[in-house]
Write a protein that binds this ligand. Sequence first.
Ligand code: UDP
Length: 199
Amino acid sequence: MLLFPMYIEVDEIYNLACPASPVHYQFDPVQTTKTSVHGAINVLGLAKRVKARILQASTSEVYGDSVVHPQPESYWGHVNLIGPRSCYDEGKRCAETLFFDYYRQHKLDIKFVRIFNTYGPRMLPNDGRVVSNFIVQALKGEDITIYGEGSQTRSFCYVDDLIERFVRMMNTERGFTGPLNLGIPMNFQCWNWLKKCFS
Ligand code: UDP
């Protein structure tokens, strides 16, 4: 729907568009970029017309294959622009650029947050991200898959905490734009985290 203009009357917009799991966003990468970029243009145009406050759900993936851990909001990232993940990473980066340009040029009341690895009830079993992968494999009594040495790091975020912070961010004063990272301020190594879960 976001790919097409929409004419509705609203006070606040939460733009959560685009699947976040690599399995799902890489299924149709062209559509993924279109959703992030065309979608941002349409919701920003809508916010401009109705003077709505608008919050963008951005992502820690804007930092790319980061060489800084943990990533502060001031870090500009280290992103591959032509790889299989680029449709998501660059789409979300371009959306952030659009948000800031609408803020500077059209004085929109924008907010944006960068979401880290979020988990919680009702995730799809084939979501493909580490928390649900481990849980689904454990429930099925299967071996648990560790990619490589398990040295990858992730900062996790529980879904209820995420939603509460969306609302708090939306209610901050005008001009408090973000970006604001949403995730615990430390990275877990996947292998160490798994050992903790089962010890
Ligand atoms: N738009 C929308 N709903 C609205 C107002 C605008 O979907 O209520 C779309 C519009 O079709 C346009 C985009 O948002 O493609 C950007 O609108 P904006 O006014 O910023 O730019 P312009 O229309 O001048 O290109």
